[in-house]
Design a protein around this ligand. Sequence first.
Ligand code: GLN
Length: 269
Amino acid sequence: MNALMKKIVAGAAMAALALGLVACGGSQAPATSASTGGAAQATYKIATDTTFAPFEFAESDGKYVGIDIELLAAVAEDQGFTYTLEPLGFDAALQSVQAGQSDGVIAGMSITEERKGVFDFSDSYYDSTVCCAAKAGGDVKSLDDLKGKNVAVKNGTMSADWAASMANQYGFTTTTFDTSDVMYQDVEAGNSAACFEDTPVMGYAISTGNVKLQIVAEADSTGAFATPYGFAVKKGSNPELLQKFNDGLKNVKQSGKYDEIINKYVSRS
Ligand code: GLN
């Protein structure tokens, strides 16, 4: 059992508290509990990460963009539902859904067997794996260079699980961060010897020139840490929303809208 499962149980009350604050600050969301999709048109609450480009990130004016954001918008339009976006952070987003405060989560969330115990996932919409990155041009060039060092991981993520699975073997310790951007900064500042992240996200950050890191190791692309992303709801709680997501995903793939969104953020050569 990883940290996520324990925290889902232990952190439900905390998530509810945190969400109370978010709901008060929001302008569009009605201050009710998560909708159940009754006869009337439901406005779903969809939780997401705060900084996970190119899947979700805020532009300078604070508006959220990215593959997840645009895919959700396209699916909602196709299926005729409305929603409020809740950028809570990755771990908080998962806890919010588990606590019944949010109806669903789209956050570059890996579909894993363990998570299927507490979430229902949509069909996958993007393939991903995890990697380790260190300072560009620095001394750390492989996992072997991490002996006796401390690395940065992100709370509740698959890449943190990958790091944990190798910590003894390679002799490193870990520090946990809530957001990807602060985690990268810790490596750039030289406090952490490396960080662990999803490969498409790390690759995007490096390719935009925003982050001066380089990928030094990648998990086996056919192994347990290579997983596709899915939209998720709390297990057994929202089959109707899940169905809408799957139906909408199928339609936007057929219409070409899906490719349009992916190509906007991921350059293909
Ligand atoms: N794909 C990773 C996971 O599900 C990380 C997601 C994220 O950080 N937003 O654990």
